[in-house]
Write a protein that binds this ligand. Structure first.
Ligand SMILES: [Zn+2]
Ligand SMILES: [Zn+2]
Length: 404
């Protein structure tokens, strides 16, 4: 079968690989009908998240049809159409039983880290879902049956991105009428905006510098701020009567970019913060392999966190859903502590949210496909990755369709 394979930092290809086989009684083999490219995949190619093994099949978002079931999977039939949860969880340990699926004690054979498809060795080394077929471990937990009314274009966003944005909004403790700011208007940020509205936010601000991403946020009703034209902290204060937002969501993570123009860039230079950000980046991505415009790590790992803490109202809540690695150690703890902030964060417990989000889609409370901007065949995955990596206009979320 064909699959997208990680060959090294800055090097991916669509290659022929061996078909997956049932290995454990709780396994299923799923024939993918759709997969997707995620910002998380870019960290492995840019070199900002280490530990990938050469030859790993990429991808952790998938929709498909069950082809084969192990004898311990009792809640599905072969032929069922399913969405695959990104994180892998056993369903039996105390963490899974409390809904903390991303902290499962059993699923990862390589240690305590969150287990997921298509990631580095510390995440379990599971082959990914940008492939014609995949082995799904603990399929009785990680597969969720799809109603016929939900299309592949909608369902592929239920695999990772919508649950992740929803958990970010839930962790932000949004109550009726709250003012919320979302840093980052990529796919997770877009779903954080949508979820903030679903949870009753009164105002939602959205901060980015890519015009097409800000435009999508504005179309969702968010009040947009371009950080390459305005200082986001000062603008948030001035638009909220000097108070700042009650809730902030970091939907950026460690590949954050610094402003290279405008008053926010001037402020970084004036305060000598540029040099601090350079040092953070050198620690975070010691191995880089940029090819022309592609695979450059973000140049400001802690930028979103700093802006979030600075802009929040006193006693506000910071929710961190952007991905950070073990090399990220910079956080403005003093400013956060002295403002009595609450901080909640972590990898998404996908299995906890997907059934509920399926209900919201069925009730037409939201159409997740509105975030999907591109559909490309699996065979064109490399050029799709390149366009997504450089944040080309309107390349916000890319579905990969399977050749059948
Ligand atoms: Zn993803
Ligand atoms: Zn578990």
């Amino acid at each position: 079968m064909r699959a997208v394979v990680w060959r090294g930092v800055g090097d991916i290809a669509v290659e022929e690989v061996a078909d997956p086989k049932i290995q454990d009684p709780t396994d299923a083999i799923v024939r993918l009908t759709a997969s997707a490219i995620c910002g998380t995949d870019l960290h492995f190619i840019r070199g900002t998240l280490p530990g990938m093994k050469k030859g790993t099949v990429l991808g952790h978002e998938g929709v498909g049809i069950i082809e084969e079931l192990g004898p311990a999977v009792r809640n599905f039939h072969a032929g069922d159409r399913v969405v695959i949860a990104t994180t892998i969880a056993c369903g039996n340990c105390s963490y899974c039983r409390s809904g903390y699926y991303s902290q499962c004690d059993e699923a990862n054979p390589n240690g305590p880290d969150t287990a997921f498809f298509g990631g580095p060795e510390p995440s379990g080394g599971f082959p990914g879902l940008q492939a014609e077929r995949a082995r799904v471990p603990y399929a009785n937990i990680g597969l969720i049956k799809l109603p016929d009314e939900i299309s592949d274009d909608q369902a592929i966003l239920l695999s990772d991105i919508f649950p992740t944005g929803y958990m970010a909004a839930e962790n932000a403790e949004i109550a009726q009428g709250n003012t919320v700011v979302v840093f980052g208007c990529g796919p997770v940020g877009q779903f954080a905006i949508a979820s903030a509205h679903l949870l009753g936010a009164g105002r939602v601000f959205a901060v980015d510098q890519v015009p097409s991403r800000l435009e999508m946020a504005r179309a969702q009703g968010a009040e947009v701020i371009d950080f390459s034209e305005e200082d986001p902290v000062e603008t948030l204060k001035s638009l909220t009567g000097g108070i700042g937002p009650d809730r902030a969501i970091d939907a950026v993570g460690m590949d954050a970019e610094r402003p290279h123009a405008g008053p926010a860039a001037d402020k970084l230079a004036r305060e000598g913060k540029d040099r601090e950000l350079d040092e953070e980046l050198a620690r975070q991505a010691p191995e880089q392999n940029p090819q022309g415009d592609n695979w450059h790590p973000g140049d400001a790992p802690s930028m979103a966190l700093q802006w979030a803490v600075e802009s929040l109202a006193k006693a506000g809540t910071l929710s961190i859903i952007g991905v950070y690695g073990m090399a990220n150690r910079t956080f403005p703890i003093g400013a956060a502590m002295n403002k009595n902030l609450t901080i909640k964060m972590g990898n998404c417990n996908h299995r906890r949210y997907i059934p509920k989000l399926i209900e919201l889609v069925m009730a037409r409370a939201i159409d997740p496909a509105q975030i999907l901007t591109q559909k490309e065949p699996l065979t064109d995955a490399v050029s799709a990755y390149q366009a997504f990596d450089t944040r080309q206009a309107s390349w916000i979320k890319v579905e990969l369709q399977m050749p059948h």
